[in-house]
Design a protein around this ligand. Structure first.
Ligand SMILES: [Ca+2]
Ligand SMILES: [Ca+2]
Length: 203
């Protein structure tokens, strides 16, 4: 009788130990991210982004220039986007006018002297935008070579071209045209590059 009770106790204790061991293995055996149970990686090359914006107002047929340094290695791409919104239609005591579209453009020059430009018109009553982009051959695999393409001083010129005037809705000669001689704009320079990120807690 005593022996049987001890057997049951030993058996349930054994099962308990096995269950506890399995639970422990489940916790400890969880593989590190991407490690498959091996040692955790020392770090990885991650695509990181940066951005800078310029605002201004340009008169008709003038250029406004900006420049900025991009001091990172492994530059993957640079996107330069110009946006603007033409002034709203004017309605005065002489009647309603329609603000005809403006033409704006941007020229972007890389430190290596590569240049790209784009021009466009806004649709009536809507904002306009033009964009140019530069791409560089770098991936997370080649990033350890620390490419310097695109690193350095970039130049940007915003062109405000022909600005369509506020024309009267019922025809010229009856109501005078109101001149539109300028426009405000925003130039946004966005770029991405590979940077080495160590795992949390690593030295
Ligand atoms: Ca206009
Ligand atoms: Ca305008």
């Amino acid at each position: 009788m005593t022996l049987e009770r001890n057997d049951w106790r030993m058996l349930s204790m054994g099962i308990g130990i096995v269950l506890f061991s399995l639970a422990l293995a489940g916790i400890l055996g969880k593989p590190a991210t991407g490690g498959g149970g091996g040692p955790p990686p020392a770090g990885e090359w991650v695509l990181t982004s940066g951005q800078n914006s310029f605002t201004g107002t340009g008169n008709e047929n003038t250029d406004t220039t900006f420049n900025m340094d991009i001091n990172v290695t492994n530059l993957a791409n640079v996107t330069v986007k110009l946006t603007w919104t033409d002034e709203p239609d004017i309605t005065n005591y002489l009647g309603r006018h329609t603000n005809q579209p403006d033409e704006l453009g941007v020229t972007a020059g890389s430190p290596e002297g590569e240049s790209q430009e784009d021009f466009g018109q806004n649709a009536h009553g809507a904002s306009g935008s033009v964009e140019v982009g530069f791409k560089y051959n770098v991936t997370e695999k080649t990033a350890p070579r620390k490419f310097k393409d695109g690193m350095g001083n970039w130049t940007f010129a915003v062109h405000v071209g022909a600005c369509g005037d506020q024309t009267p809705a019922i025809g010229p000669g009856v109501i005078r045209t109101i001149a539109d001689n300028s426009n405000a704009f925003t130039l946004t320079v966005s770029y991405s590059y590979y940077t080495f990120v160590k795992p949390a807690g690593a030295k």
